[in-house]
Design a protein around this ligand. Sequence first.
Ligand code: ATP
Ligand code: MG
Ligand code: MG
Ligand code: MG
Length: 509
Amino acid sequence: PELPAACVRSTFLDFFRDKHGHRLVPSSPVRPRGDPSLLFVNAGMNQFKPIFLGTVDPRSEMASYRRVVNSQKCVRAGGKHNDLEDVGRDVYHHTFFEMLGNWSFGDYFKEEACCMAWSLLTEHYGIPTDRLYVSYFAGDAASGLPADEETRQIWLDIGVPSGRLLPFGLKENFWEMGDSGPCGPCTEIHYDHVGGRDAAALVNADSPDVVEIWNLVFMQYNREVDRSLRLLPQFSVDTGMGLERLVSVLQGKRSNYDTDLFTPLLDAIHQVRPPVAAYGGRMGAAGKEKVDTAYRVVADHVRTLSVFIDQSDVRTQRTASQMILRRAVRFCVEVLQAPQGTLASLVPAVAHTLGDVYPELHREADRIMDVINENEAHFLSSLQQGSRLIHRTLNRKDYKHGVFPASVAWSLHRDLGFPLDLVDLMLEERGVQVDRQELDRLIAENHKVKHSVKLQGFYCEGSQVMLDVLSLAELQHLGVPHTDDSLKYQYSLEQGRYVFPACCATVLA
Ligand code: ATP
Ligand code: MG
Ligand code: MG
Ligand code: MG
């Protein structure tokens, strides 16, 4: 019999709490408060950042944390960890997912962390050891970071064969929370869904057959705003395992979407009236990839929208939820040809799959549906207006064949609120291209408008493309600390991060 996702989650939490003396801490909201370096919570460790940095208020409860376990709601749809483009195209990246994690703050370190992880996976969950591969940090000469031989030896002692112990560099095995913040070498556990072969070459190779499941980070440094590494006051352990991926392993499924966390959602999509094409399954049956991708995108995005909207201050989520909602609506309408209202009709299925752990989803289901419906209606009418505007432009007498006027593209963006990549896509579908040079000029011109604020905890990236300017009022909604001191900044929607023009670099430094 299959282990339901709820049991997978509780087994993890119980293991660390009851067997290893960890304190169970609730998930923090997905929109972090008081940390403007982050757009969304992207990992379980985010809420503990002050502990890593040694800046925690000694009178707070957090100051007493030594061993902690939790299941954290995470969103990776912007910022340093942005998986939006992979979602739906593969079967193991989501915009919203739950991260199971255990922490040691100056308590146990590498050896105990590895032993506990191995024991949980192989003894308690019963995963066969010959399906597991382990990576460790190979060091990086340029940044003067040594290879993590200590961790390699620990895994050998645990019994991992050397052929399954693989060294990787900074990109894979040195974890960083954001462009600044706590970081350190990590060791990761990967699972081979196929088995019966040597799959070492498929580790960290973007293969759906061998998927990373658990990351154990040894927090030793803080990445400063000038990119240098500062040693932390104490060493800590920070681990993160994607619940959805673990559940797919334990339920013997090749795709996260075939687990009980997602099948009720896929079924609900299939049952909309009038009916849409069926989900082709696992990896996308031949000829149906588009439909299957759309199913996955829609199922993924409605979960994300639900956890965004269930938070009391919806307005802070506005930019992000709009982007995700629009993406979901387009896949619903254009690929699945599903009727208006489809997205909201899936919310009860989200509450059904996640409501036990997040009871607010049950309580708020009606409101979540209203918000989704309202925004969908608004976006659909913009889409219609946009299509009409494009159609009219293409039929204008002065239209130069193949080159779409930048002023019209810009007005689609500014007046109808279309993201620029959507404008590109809509034009591409009609076989035309925008006058890129002129559009870039219009964008640059628009971005001369700036607001004066002082922000803390940022560094300058003057060379970034800046796409969206928020007003001061919106900044307040985002909870970004600021004073009246003049300092110019911009916010990039595509990057999901705050971006400063080059002229601020010296001021910030
Ligand atoms: P990947 O290499 O697969 O993108 P990652 O190295 O970016 O994963 P970590 O930052 O190490 O991920 O996060 C810890 C764990 O969280 C991963 O091992 C994985 O199980 C899970 N995870 C990360 N990103 C996602 C995602 N977008 N959707 C679902 N689970 C995820
Ligand atoms: Mg990733
Ligand atoms: Mg990885
Ligand atoms: Mg990783």
